[in-house]
Design a binder for this molecule. Structure first.
Ligand code: 0GY
Length: 314
């Protein structure tokens, strides 16, 4: 029986300096998510002693186990999870696969693979519940992978019906626009392509992202991570009813224009936050501000993720 506290890192690893641990004991949200809701972006970290962190990682987190993730799922009222391979595990998907196998069919996964991945390895990942791969272009998280190697990966995963999840910063979209537009599978953009929310939601930078979604009907996005994008922060300001107010016009715009291609996730255990660790209950209470009607909420939390991750039914 482990005696470690929830924010510890096991296996002889030491957390990166300044690391913020995930928040144990989130508030019960006021907003009740609909039956069948999916937390479509979350991670597991280690535990390091069982699933060592990758040598090429850019940060060392505190452990965040599958059991702790499933306890959060139940507490917030979600039915299922989509667990996304975190960069601290590189292309070693063992922690992810273990979590999927423990979920009893209630989780799907998005893996990281290298260009030399074999058909047999992909078949094993598929059997565990993996349905996509993640390509990361955020420079502080990964070393750049050449696009021809990503093309090779796409050619291998497309026949399985998998999709590609992409993570990039808004300022890099112009350079990546054509490469992304040529990917033939479904494409899921993490956190709305990380807009700079101090800029105008009607300005050219966010307009490019909206154009990208308009021109490419295979592109979906997660309207997640207000805590990562916000500069106004988690407290309601005078005269405002909710936290992360500055993110609302961006996320709501996307939900209203593309109601059938949006997903939502907690991003638990919230890697690399520098300023504050969010209360996941508060994040759930943010949902009705960006998806104001029951119909939009149902699409965002149930219909869309179920169509993408459990198309065969549940
Ligand atoms: C996120 C965001 C981040 C990290 C990762 O895989 C990761 O390490 O995704 C980040 O640092 O912005 O979606 O979890």
């Amino acid at each position: 029986m482990s005696t470690m506290a929830h924010g510890d890192t096991s296996g002889g690893f030491e957390k990166s300096p300044g690391w913020l641990d995930w928040y144990d004991g989130p508030s019960t949200p006021t907003f009740r998510v609909p039956a069948g809701a999916v937390d479509a972006h979350c991670h597991v970290f280690g535990p390091g002693e069982q699933f060592p962190y990758a040598p090429e990682r850019k940060y060392t987190p505190c452990d965040a186990s599958a059991e702790q993730l499933f306890a959060l799922r139940d507490r917030l009222g979600f039915e299922r999870n989509v667990i996304v391979q975190a960069t601290c595990h590189g292309a070693d998907n063992r922690a992810l696969v273990d979590a999927l196998q423990r979920s009893e069919g209630r989780a799907r996964g998005v893996a990281t693979v290298r260009r030399d991945v074999t058909g047999e390895e992909l078949a094993e990942l598929h059997a565990a519940g993996v349905r996509g791969v993640r390509f990361n272009f955020v420079k502080r998280l990964v070393d750049r992978v050449p696009t021809d190697s990503l093309d090779e990966i796409v050619a291998k995963i497309a026949p399985l019906g998998w999709h590609v999840v992409i993570y990039f910063e808004a300022e890099d979209l112009p350079e990546l626009y054509e490469f992304f537009s040529a990917i033939p599978t479904d494409l899921v953009v993490d956190h709305m392509g990380r807009p700079d929310v101090t800029k105008d939601p009607d300005g050219p930078e966010f307009e490019l992202f909206l154009r990208f979604m308009r021109e490419n009907p295979n592109v979906w996005t997660k309207v997640s991570c207000p805590e990562r994008l916000s500069s106004s922060g988690p407290r309601a300001l005078d005269g405002e009813q909710n936290a992360y107010t500055d993110v609302v016009p961006f996320a709501r715009r996307v939900v209203e224009e593309f109601p059938d291609r949006v997903l939502w996730g907690t991003d638990w255990p919230h890697p690399n936050l520098k300023d504050h660790m969010p209360d996941d209950g508060l994040l759930v209470d943010f949902i009705p501000h960006i998806a104001p009607t029951p119909e939009l909420q149902h699409k965002l939390l149930v219909d869309n993720p179920t169509r993408l991750y459990w198309p065969e039914g549940v």
